[in-house]
Design a protein around this ligand. Structure first.
Ligand SMILES: Cc1cc2nc3c(=O)[nH]c(=O)nc-3n(C[C@H](O)[C@H](O)[C@H](O)COP(=O)(O)OP(=O)(O)OC[C@H]3O[C@@H](n4cnc5c(N)ncnc54)[C@H](O)[C@@H]3O)c2cc1C
Length: 448
């Protein structure tokens, strides 16, 4: 058994940034189901939003609300936008490099549903640039310890107070990590879907654990489909994203007659529906995206990885259109949290994509998620520092930990299977309750 002050489950941008913002005198343990780099934070291509100046505040606020169908929590949106410059300053301090012009001023790009250019980027690998620096900074801190291939399979809870987690370690053994505070930073749910841009091991494990322990969830049927992923008939792999900023820079979408059929910068959900409709009318498995409309120099400097991926798949976007299909991409719902990322259970926080503070409403505005993950991870850290955990005396706590029935967790494969089904059922039940009949068949769950 291991004892730690703070257990962070997940090594994506939200988990790492929370770790970096916690006090140095706290022993922090970060666990990850896979290696430390295999998470969606490393995959983010397009960029991260920042409030450029006060003149853009109203427009940024309105764009976020409009994309979210005005179901957003307005205070969360305000917190996110107003905290953006502070977060970007932190990132620059640890060495993150955003694109700049020849005078050293930030360059800003634009994506679907943004009225203005307000997205910072690093080529088309912004997430990797941010998260590799967060990881390096966290690894340099002596109070932060990492455990790869270590999976949270349950939390330790009594009377709605959390005391850490039950994990399966890299060697397969089941163990306890006793923690005064636990932060769930386990990312999205893409691994539950047939087509998804997410890593396949991101299966909403925290949601299943939350459901079992009666922790409040929110909007778990709010799942974003990305309109443009590279069409690959092999669905066992995650779908490769063709970033929205490609359309922001002028790429066009065509049906099988090679004619435009839609305005390319519509909000993601509206555009995905239009693409599905077109595919149905055309009886095709994909549509086409034309990147030749982007100046060659811009295409090569801004999107080198997209070009590389297409070329590996046998397409040259500089001379031909590429096949495109929508896929599951982002989870707007999650474990319900307050503005400090606190869940309904004492000593338990949730940050990043697995949490829901209502900032995205029904649909996320592009490039708001890295920002949201970071802003609310820092708030969690501040709240933990300010308020501390609720703990019984040592003797009572020891007795509680001793009583954890570890033999219940030996069949991890079956537990995971049950968890996946539990989450799928809960999402479906919420959808049915809302009478949502819009979901397209490719939005369907996988059958694992
Ligand atoms: C292809 C792609 C492109 C994107 N582009 C952008 C973009 O341009 N801009 C933007 O703002 N957002 C973008 N996003 C969204 C954004 O990347 C994510 O929302 C964000 O990175 C989520 O960060 P996170 O820390 O919550 O989760 P992640 O980075 O996914 O990390 C989750 C972590 O949890 C761990 N984990 C999961 N379950 C368990 C468990 N049971 N036990 C232990 N560990 C566990 C995983 O191993 C991983 O370390 C993109 C997403 C994808 C997939």
């Amino acid at each position: 058994m291991k004892k730690t002050d703070i257990l962070i489950v997940g090594s994506g941008c939200s988990g790492l940034y929370a770790a970096l913002n916690l006090p140095d005198d706290q022993q922090i343990t970060v666990i990850s189901k896979s290696d430390l780099e295999s998470n969606d934070s490393f995959l983010a291509q397009g960029g991260i939003c920042m409030l450029r100046d006060d003149d853009d505040y109203d427009s940024y606020f309105e764009d976020t609300l409009k994309a979210g169908h005005y179901e957003n929590d307005k205070k969360s949106v305000e917190i996110m936008i107003r905290s953006s410059q502070d977060v970007i300053r932190d990132l620059i301090d640890i060495g993150v490099d955003f694109a700049r012009d020849e005078n050293g001023q930030f360059l800003f790009t634009r994506e679907g549903a943004h009225s203005h250019h307000r997205i910072l980027f690093h080529e088309d690998i912004t997430g990797k640039e941010i998260t590799r620096h967060l990881l390096a900074a966290a690894k340099a801190k002596p109070n932060i310890t990492f455990h790869e291939y270590t999976t949270l399979i349950d939390i330790i809870e009594t009377n709605n107070i959390c005391y850490g987690g039950v994990v399966q370690k890299a060697d397969g053994h089941i163990d306890i990590i006793q923690a005064k505070t636990t932060i769930l930073a386990t990312g999205g749910v893409g691994g539950l879907f047939q087509h998804s841009t997410n890593y396949r091991h991101l299966t909403g494990d925290s949601l299943a654990i939350a459901l079992r322990h009666h922790i409040n969830l929110k909007n778990i049927d709010y799942i974003q489909i990305h309109p443009t992923t590279f069409y690959d008939p092999d669905t066992t792999k995650r779908s490769f994203l063709i970033s929205e900023s490609v359309r922001g820079e002028g790429a066009k979408l065509y049906g099988k007659d090679m004619q435009r059929f839609v305005y390319e910068l519509l909000p993601r959900d509206v555009l995905s529906k239009a693409i599905y409709k077109k595919m149905e009318e055309d009886h095709t498995q994909h549509i086409w995206e034309d990147l030749q409309t982007i100046p060659k120099k811009e295409l090569e400097s801004h999107f080198p990885n997209i070009l590389k991926h297409c070329e590996e798949k046998g397409y040259n976007p500089e001379t031909e259109c590429i096949p495109i299909v929508p896929a599951q991409h982002y989870f707007m719902g999650g474990i319900a949290v307050n503005y400090e990322s606190k869940t309904s259970m004492a000593n338990l926080y949730a940050v990043g994509e697995t949490a829901c503070n209502g900032v995205h409403g029904k649909n996320r505005l592009a490039s708001n998620s890295l920002l949201e993950s970071l802003v609310f991870a820092k708030r969690a850290a501040r709240d933990i520092e300010r308020n501390g955990p609720v703990l019984p005396d040592d003797e009572t706590l020891d007795a509680l930990i001793q009583a954890v029935p570890l033999d219940r967790y030996t069949n991890v494969k079956q537990i995971e299977k049950n968890y996946h089904q539990l989450v799928k059922n809960a999402i479906q039940a919420q959808r049915d309750e809302r009478g949502d009949r819009d979901a397209h068949e490719t939005f369907a769950f996988n059958h694992q």
